[in-house]
Design a protein around this ligand. Structure first.
Ligand SMILES: [Zn+2]
Length: 255
């Protein structure tokens, strides 16, 4: 099967596989076109995307079928003489804070799209959803006890369990679309929607972007000697079984 390794413009899943679902067939008596319209299906969300594939004549070096015609298989990037020209729909511009989980980014981007179209209630509800999803994921990662159903209470309780500034909790309380239940909000004003957008951006940046950037910074700045000393300390305390598991990990390239 012919596949494309790409992010999916439908579900925004990064690094997924798109699998060939349909290719415009050759028309009898007409030379095979250099450009071919095809449909690929996302392995993650199962939705279709339209892909224009270019197969320049005489340059194709991939597998052939029983009639000697090109029958490309596997990752398209590895087949000589065939290339992807365009994938539709295009990937939406990702303005969500970096390093957010996909489902959080997706709700945030829906919020931004609604805000751009002046759909204030829809925008606020999407931004609220991005915070709701993020707080649920953070809860699952860090807490064992029952999760509060109410969004603001969840954020407040989270702040006692994970690193979160108190000012962020107090801010969440006064953002109308976060501090109240959505059904309590009759109609959301432009100001409310923009408040929700602003809060969501800061909340997600604090919870996802900054910790990841800090981790990357630390990894970059850890002096090699200190790293080696740490490793040596760990190795000294390992049992034989732990040591062989460690060696297997290193050999597999995922230490
Ligand atoms: Zn998808």
């Amino acid at each position: 099967m012919l596949t494309i390794s790409s992010s999916c413009p439908r579900c925004l899943q990064p690094h997924t596989t798109l699998q060939l679902a349909y290719a415009d067939p050759d028309r009898p008596g007409i030379p095979a076109p250099a450009f071919r319209e095809t449909a690929f299906r996302c392995a993650h969300c199962q939705q279709l995307v339209l892909v224009t594939v270019m197969t320049p004549q005489n340059r194709y070096l991939g597998p052939l079928d029983a009639h000697g015609k090109p029958a490309p298989r596997g990752d398209i990037a590895k087949v000589d003489g065939i290339e992807v020209r365009q994938i539709l729909p295009e990937m939406p511009k990702n303005n969500a804070p970096e390093h957010c989980p996909v489902q959080v980014s997706k709700a945030f981007l829906d919020g931004a799209a609604n805000l751009e179209q002046a759909r204030w209630t829809a925008a606020a509800s999407c931004y609220r959803m991005s915070i709701d999803r993020a707080s649920k994921l953070l809860w699952q990662e860090s807490c064992q006890d029952d999760m509060p159903h109410n969004l603001w209470k969840r954020i407040e309780k989270l702040s006692s369990k994970i690193e979160m500034p108190n000012s962020l909790v107090r801010w969440a309380e006064v953002v109308k679309t976060v501090g109240n239940e959505m059904h309590e909000l009759d109609d959301v004003s432009e100001e409310d929607a923009r408040d929700a957008a602003h809060f969501a951006e800061v909340f997600l940046t604090y919870m996802y972007t900054l910790p990841e950037r800090l981790a990357q910074f630390r990894a970059r700045r850890t002096p090699p000697v200190a790293e080696a000393q740490n490793l040596l300390g760990e190795l000294k305390n390992m049992t034989g079984a732990q040591m062989s598991a460690f060696v297997t990990k290193v050999e597999s390239g995922h230490p």
